[in-house]
Design a protein around this ligand. Structure first.
Ligand SMILES: Cc1ncc(COP(=O)(O)O)c(C=O)c1O
Length: 373
């Protein structure tokens, strides 16, 4: 799960181009920057890659969620539904933006269960945030149908699945606005950073104004002379992040291909182990293979399986605390279906660069753990 594994000359050269001119701010300083606008170029290339009309770079994935929520100008105090299994930032962003988070159960896609989504919609619901967790799509086709029927806005939290798609269309482009993270452990990274994408010009403008204190960014007008378009805050990306993003984006397809290859090799070797039921992938071709996840029959067996894997030198990913328990602590409620699914889930991180020895060690650890049950 890591663009950082393939840092090289490309990132270095991009960053040097910025440092040679010394302009780290994305706007203005036209004379000094000599035509170098890394953040703007990154936005343009990202929009093209994702297939959306507009892209706005921001300082993090958490910032992307906050900016997206503010850009829609929804009535404050209303309910926004999201998954109970998501990094805590999704819930924090909803609360920071002045809305009430309502959590939905997950199914074996590890993403929102559309049946529970229908149950959770109330007269106070204004939007849904489907989260595409761990490199794979949620049931976004069904979620979009429900949103249309109920006239709800959709903000996709695609922070964990940059580059993934559903039936040929990139995730992040289904809803009104999509959010991405480029933090240090993501499939492509700018150290910290994020992006929002949309096809709606008005939403884009609102996001752009909001992410920079309400600045309209008029051509040829100094920042100090601009009129404030709306209330905002500072969620700007800087030029060093933009430069790294440009180099990483060029590598994204090859990162995904390598991860898919590594995952396929491991899965091939363990696919006939009857004890294991693989995570449901709504579009297996569209996933980015950052994780290999499967389920065991019960919690006890899962715990034993995980500790056997550890004994054999492979640590499964920890899913529950920051992605579930903390959310339940924030929002309250009970999520027995999700609790059961997560209790039975084993998830293994797939790296971009995995040598034969590491792959074999992973396969071996899974096989040994399975035979111990
Ligand atoms: C689902 C999800 N949403 C939002 C975020 C927040 O992104 P960032 O770390 O860039 O703020 C993350 C980061 O892990 C995430 O996994």
């Amino acid at each position: 799960m890591a663009g950082r594994e393939v840092f090289g000359e490309e990132e270095l050269n991009e960053v040097v181009e910025v440092l040679k001119r010394g302009v780290l701010f994305r706007y203005g300083f036209e004379k000094e920057r000599e035509g170098v606008f890394k953040v703007s170029e990154f936005e343009k290339n990202f929009a093209e890659y994702i297939g959306s009309k507009f892209a706005l770079a921001v300082s993090s994935g958490s910032a992307a969620l906050k900016v997206a929520l503010e850009s829609l100008n929804l009535p404050k105090g209303k309910e926004i539904i999201t998954s109970c299994f998501t990094f805590v930032a999704t819930i924090e962003a909803i609360e920071e933006a002045g809305f009430k988070p309502v959590l939905c159960e997950i199914d074996e896609t590890l993403n929102i269960d559309p049946n529970d989504l229908e149950r959770k919609i109330s007269e106070n619901t204004v939007a849904i945030i489907p989260v595409h967790m761990m490199g794979s799509a949620s049931k976004i086709d069904r979620i979009m149908e429900i949103a249309k029927e109920k006239n709800l806005k959709v903000i996709e939290d695609n922070c964990q699945s940059t580059g993934a798609s559903f039936k040929g269309k990139k995730l992040g482009t289904f809803g009104d606005i999509g959010c991405f993270s480029f933090d240090y452990v993501k499939v492509m990274t700018t150290g910290e950073g994020g992006m929002v994408v949309t096809n709606d010009e008005e939403i884009y403008k609102q996001a752009e104004f909001y992410h920079d204190h309400g600045h309209p960014h008029l051509q040829g007008v100094g920042r100090g002379e601009e009129k404030r378009e709306r209330k905002g805050f500072n969620f700007r990306m800087n030029e060093i992040q933009g430069a790294i993003g440009l180099a990483q984006l060029k590598k994204l397809n090859s990162i995904i291909e390598r991860q898919k290859e590594n995952k396929k090799t491991i899965k091939e070797e363990i696919k006939n182990i009857e004890l294991l039921k693989f995570r449901e992938l709504p579009d297996p071709d569209g996933e980015i293979a950052t994780f290999l996840a499967f389920f065991l029959p019960d919690k006890e067996k899962t715990e034993k399986f995980k500790s056997k894997m550890k004994e054999n030198g492979v640590n499964p990913a920890i899913l529950n605390y920051w992605h579930f328990t903390a959310n339940v602590e924030s929002c309250g409620g009970e999520y027995p279906q999700s609790q059961d699914i997560l209790d039975r889930c084993v998830s293994i991180e797939i790296k971009t660069l995995m040598d034969e020895e590491t792959i074999n060690k992973t396969i071996d650890a899974i096989k040994k753990a399975a035979s111990s049950i």
